[in-house]
Design a protein around this ligand. Structure first.
Ligand code: HEC
Ligand code: HEC
Length: 323
């Protein structure tokens, strides 16, 4: 045995030892987190309790937390929490079980070239914002059901913000931190159902309760939807797909219509909330969409149209419970 081989032997033992140590650590973390985990809260479902009682807990907005966060503590947390078992953080660092994380903040979802991401993460559009990282790291499996990242999440707000603050330093030109005043004040955040759209719009379920499908039908003519869409059962596609049965149907619901990748990549059924976002501004809901229509800015008009779309079915979807 020459000294080279002795070195290799020692290295192999060391690697085995480290791997064993890390898998032990990760295992412990996963198990501990599991015990700590609260019953899953689906944060996109409005949870407002009746008659002004405090709303069910929501994820704390990240902006004010980031204002007080400490990237050095965050770096230490990535070791303590075991992120380092799966991720590297330096520029050009290799993938391990997880992708390298340099430049992830503000980069696209699934940002590392060549890494085999899950379909769940690849389907996410747009850049990783601070808000999205907040949700993701709180509970990866809730943010991206089917993700390959088998990590329970960071439930502690301070720890999560520290880690995000650290990730944000891993760039030649770090993204600007969000202004803490941009976040809604706690009172407003508690009053608005979590499913409400931003910018003070009334939630779709409130408006739907008084929406008028007849007006909605008239609006599809006035607004020009009928130039591209048909609405009857079995109607042909035009520039756009037939819309019969779209409410509660899957995204890109018409068989044989050539949808954009942007719309095809959306998962799950068309909910009222999603139609409300989509029709507000298609290009914002699904960047790259083929529907060249600016949107319906007026919430009342938009919900009338949704109420009309809902009626295009032998069994219209139930209206959402009024909040
Ligand atoms: C057991 C291994 C493992 C652990 C522990 C882990 N991750 Fe991950 N991480 C992954 C994998 C695998 C992916 C890719 C997920 C997918 O494709 O669905 C990922 C993806 C990510 C992404 C998205 C990357 C991108 O390019 O879009 C971020 C950010 C991230 N992890 C941060 C963290 C942080 C911070 C921690 C610690 C708090 C952590 N991860 C702990 C395995 C892990
Ligand atoms: C200029 C043509 C055009 C106009 C005007 C238009 N659309 Fe569309 N619409 C499309 C196209 C094209 C698609 C497919 C989009 C894609 O694949 O990204 C689409 C998709 C849709 C979808 C999703 C269908 C599915 O199967 O997932 C809905 C819902 C919809 N449009 C409703 C409307 C309504 C309501 C209006 C009027 C307020 C309207 N559209 C105006 C062309 C148009």
């Amino acid at each position: 045995m020459d000294s080279m081989e002795v070195n290799k032997g020692i290295a192999a033992v060391l690697v085995a030892g480290i791997t064993f140590f890390l898998s032990g650590t990760v295992g412990t973390i996963l198990i501990q987190e599991h015990h700590l985990a609260k019953p899953a809260i689906k944060i996109d479902i409005p949870q407002t309790a009746p008659s002004g009682a405090p709303a069910a807990p929501q994820l704390t907005p990240i902006a004010p937390l980031l204002a007080k966060a400490d990237p050095a503590a965050g770096e230490a947390d990535t070791k303590k929490l075991g992120c380092v078992a799966c991720h590297t953080f330096t520029e050009g660092g290799k993938a391990g079980i997880g992708p390298n994380l340099y430049g992830v903040v503000g980069g696209p979802h699934a940002h590392m070239q060549g890494f085999e991401y899950s379909a769940a993460l690849k389907a996410k559009k747009g850049p990783w914002t601070f808000d999205e990282l907040n949700e993701w790291l709180h509970q990866p499996s809730a943010y991206a059901p089917g993700t390959k990242m088998t990590f329970a999440g960071i439930k502690n707000d301070k720890e999560r913000a520290d880690v995000i603050d650290y990730l944000h330093t891993l760039a030649a030109k770090p993204e600007a931190l969000p202004s803490p005043t941009e976040a809604p004040p706690p009172a407003a955040a508690a009053a608005a159902p979590a499913g409400a759209s931003p910018a003070g719009e009334p939630p779709v379920e409130t408006l739907l309760a008084s929406a008028d499908p007849k007006l909605g039908e008239a609006d599809t003519k006035k607004l020009g939807c009928i130039a591209c869409h048909t609405f009857t059962d079995g109607g042909k596609a035009g520039i756009g797909p037939n819309l019969y049965g779209v409410v509660g149907g899957p995204h890109a619901h018409m068989k044989g219509f050539e949808y954009s990748a942007a719309l095809k990549s959306k998962q799950g059924p068309w909910t009222y909330d999603e139609l409300y976002q989509w029709l507000k501004k298609p290009s914002a809901y699904a960047p790259g969409t083929k529907m060249t229509f600016v949107g319906i800015p007026d919430p009342k008009e938009r919900t009338d149209v949704i109420a009309y779309l809902r009626s295009l079915s032998p069994n219209p979807e139930p209206l959402p419970a009024k909040k």
